[in-house]
Ligand binder design. Sequence first.
Ligand SMILES: [Zn+2]
Length: 101
Amino acid sequence: MSVSQEFYIGQVAPDSAFRAVFHKGRQVSPGMRDEARLNALLAERRRIAERTSTAWRHCLTCGEKFLSEGPHQRLCSRHRAAANAVAPDQAWPSYRARTGM
Ligand SMILES: [Zn+2]
């Protein structure tokens, strides 16, 4: 299932005349009766999802191409692991220590 297919139009409540845009079971738009407006909202949500989700991106550290889960993920798996690998008792290196100033 592509990310855009995770969005759909459904009833706000059983027997309700109001419908809304949903994402994975969660309502993400106001309830309304206007089908044209609902369809426009759905199309917009799907367009944004397609544009901002999984894509091949370049690692900010090494420039290598990797499959990123979203715009928040900009490091390849190797550099993500390295960035997270700080021992609990390890102090962050100071600016002076890193630059030798
Ligand atoms: Zn990298």
